[in-house]
Design a protein around this ligand. Structure first.
Ligand code: NAP
Ligand code: ZN
Length: 347
């Protein structure tokens, strides 16, 4: 089995450090990818710190992977050596259940296989993209269109699809007022997509410190949520709110900003439960729902949309030795707007 360099957490409380991990032998429909870049998602932090439940250590996180195909199994038809490719949050699913057949593999009835911390085809715990190479079955490998740089493409594989999917599902477009809560990795992609889809876009951030950036990325309006006047001024305004916040927030305050039949989609995934007052849902009638990444066909659609609209993530490329510092900066909302690891520094 190929041994490759990686960066991993050895416990919930220790910093990440260098390690070697095993990748499985190339199967008939497997693709070997030389990873060039991997984004740091807040989910990596929730997971390695055990905030979502038990984690198996050592764990190399990373599910925003961009790289180049260096080898393919004999049965591979979708990808060829030299292709620019990406891998997101899933590396496998049954392929046979109703959601899989609809291209909603993230909702596979047998459970999709996460890119890290799940049990893969070889029976081993999957290890993610903070590493130099990965082996993935071809159906879970996406094509990164020419015209999007690999470093700016990496975050599209999670932050991109996670915001693109609910914006499409809930009809962001001309005539729609859309608010994005949280200007972090997911939020900044949500702003770009909602704008490109033709919606009127508002950012709801804790403060105005990133206002200039938000407007540059495409927002029409930008408000600070620590200012109580924001909630009075914007009451009943939005058709759609996408909440990307990684911590517990007062959902009822945000629900009050929805118009009749407006929807608040939660994609942020704090460890603590959030509470909803039912009156917030029927005075007037409103929708509260969630969204989990997106299926493989829609992820490819999103990448092609990005190429067409010249969209990539705003990134800060870092060497592996800065991963722990980057985690601290993400936790203090000091990310502009995605850290991306240069995999060459893992060698
Ligand atoms: P991030 O880069 O850290 O962005 C989160 C943003 O939330 C921050 O930039 C900050 O924005 C805001 N925020 C943070 N703490 C806050 C607090 N206490 N109160 C109010 N606002 C706060 O994280 P991310 O990578 O975008 O991920 C965001 C969340 O989505 C995480 O929980 C992650 O696990 C989850 N996620 C879910 C899915 C899914 O499929 N549903 C996929 C990927 C990630 P401001 O500074 O603008 O206020
Ligand atoms: Zn993620």
């Amino acid at each position: 089995m190929p041994t490759v360099n990686a960066y991993a957490a050895r416990s919930a409380t220790s910093p990440l450090g260098p390690i070697t991990i095993q990748r499985r032998e190339l199967g008939p429909r497997d693709v070997l990818i030389e990873i060039k870049f991997c984004g740091i998602c807040h989910s990596d932090i929730h997971t390695v710190r055990g905030e979502w439940g038990e984690t198996t250590y050592p764990l190399a996180p990373g599910h925003e992977i961009a790289g180049i195909v260096t080898q393919v199994g004999p049965g591979v038809t979708k990808h060829a050596v030299g292709d620019r490719v990406g891998v997101g949050c899933m590396v496998d699913a049954c392929g046979d259940c109703a959601p899989c057949r609809k291209g909603e593999e993230q909702h596979c009835l047998k459970g999709m296989v996460g890119t890290y911390g799940a049990i893969g085809r070889d029976g081993q715990v999957t290890q993610g993209g903070y590493s130099t190479h990965i082996v993935v079955t071809e159906d879970f490998v996406l094509k990164i269109p020419e015209g999007i740089a690999l470093d700016a493409a990496a975050p599209l594989l999670c932050a991109g699809i996670t915001t693109y999917s609910p914006l499409r599902r809930w009809g962001a477009g001309p005539g729609k007022k859309v608010a994005i809560v949280g200007m972090g990795g997911l939020g900044h992609m949500g702003v770009k997509f909602a704008r490109a889809m033709g919606a009127e876009v508002t950012v709801l951030s804790q403060s105005l410190s990133k206002k200039e950036d938000g407007l540059r990325l495409g927002a029409h309006h930008y408000y600070a949520t620590k200012d109580p006047e924001t909630f009075q001024k914007l009451a009943g305004t939005f058709d759609l709110i996408v909440n990307t916040v990684s911590a517990k927030i007062d959902l009822n305050a945000y629900l009050s900003l929805l118009a009749l039949d407006g929807a608040l989609v939660n994609v942020g995934a704090p460890a603590e439960p959030l509470s909803v007052n039912v009156f917030s849902l029927f005075m007037p009638r409103r929708v509260f729902t969630g969204s989990l990444i997106g299926g493989i066909p829609q992820t490819q659609e999103m990448l092609d949309f990005c190429a067409k609209h010249h969209i990539g993530a705003d990134i800060e490329v870092i060497p592996a030795s800065k991963i722990n510092d980057a985690y601290e900066r993400v936790l203090s909302s000091d990310v502009r707007y995605r850290f991306v690891i240069d995999a060459a520094t893992l060698k």
